[in-house]
Design a protein around this ligand. Structure first.
Ligand code: GNR
Ligand code: NI
Length: 188
C-alpha cells in the first residue's frame, strides 16, 4: 500500500468527470487500498479517486457511528438509485478544500448501487453521516465539490483563501530551498 498526495482546489483535475471502471481488476483493487491508506492517514472518512489525481469512478469510505465504524468500504462505479424526499443539512469539509467548512443540504437517505472489490453488484441503504459522505464522494466523481453547493459569495471567499494559502506555501518552499542550497548553486 502507498499513501498518495491529495490534490487541493482550485486544481482542474477536481473539476473533471471521472470515467467508469470497466472491471474491478487488481489495478483497481490496489488503487482502492492506496486510497484507504491515504484516507486514514489524512485523516478522513471518505476519499474519491480524482482527489489523488486518478479520474476513475472509485471511492472509499469508513465512517464511525455510535463508537463503531463501518469498516473500510470500497466502491467502483457507485450510483444513487434511490433518494429520500426528506433533506438534511449539516456541516461538511473536504480534504481537497482544507480548513474550510460549510453547511450543505442533501437528501437525508440514499441507496447506492456499486461494484464491490470482487466486482459484484451491491446495493447499500445509507443514512446519517454515511448518506452525507457517499453523496459527497460521488459528487467528486462528477467534478463537484461541496463549495459548489453553497452560495457563490461563500465559494469565492474560500477559493480566494485557498489560492492565497497555496502561494504562501510555494513561497516558503522556495525560501527553504534557497537556504538549503550551497552558495555556488544559489540564483542570486
Ligand atoms: O473527511 C471528510 N469528512 C467529511 C465530513 C462531512 C462531510 C463529508 C466529509 S468527506 C471528507 C473527506 C473528503 O474530502 N472526501 O472527499
Ligand atoms: Ni471531499
Amino acid at each position: 500500500m502507498a499513501k498518495l498526495p491529495i490534490l487541493t482546489a482550485p486544481d482542474p483535475r477536481l473539476k473533471r468527470k471521472s470515467a467508469p471502471v470497466e472491471r474491478v481488476d487488481d489495478e483497481v483493487r490496489w488503487l482502492m487500498d492506496d486510497m484507504l491508506e491515504t484516507m486514514y492517514a489524512a485523516p478522513g472518512i471518505g476519499l474519491a479517486a480524482p482527489q489523488v489525481g486518478v479520474l476513475k469512478r472509485v471511492i472509499v469510505l469508513d465512517i464511525e457511528r455510535e463508537g463503531t465504524s463501518t469498516g473500510p468500504i470500497r466502491m467502483a462505479n457507485p450510483e444513487i438509485v434511490d433518494v429520500s424526499d426528506e433533506d438534511a443539512t449539516s456541516e461538511e469539509g473536504c480534504l481537497s478544500v482544507p480548513e474550510h467548512y460549510s453547511d450543505v443540504e442533501r437528501p437525508a437517505r440514499v441507496t447506492v448501487r456499486y461494484l464491490d472489490r470482487d466486482g459484484e453488484s451491491r446495493d447499500l441503504a445509507c443514512e446519517g453521516l454515511l448518506a452525507k459522505c457517499v453523496q459527497h464522494e460521488i459528487d467528486h466523481l462528477d467534478g463537484v465539490l461541496f463549495i459548489d453547493r453553497i452560495s457563490a459569495l461563500k465559494r469565492n471567499i474560500i477559493l480566494r483563501k485557498l489560492v492565497k494559502a497555496r502561494k504562501e506555501k510555494e513561497r516558503e518552499a522556495a525560501e527553504d530551498d534557497a537556504a538549503a542550497a550551497p552558495r555556488s548553486r544559489r540564483k542570486v
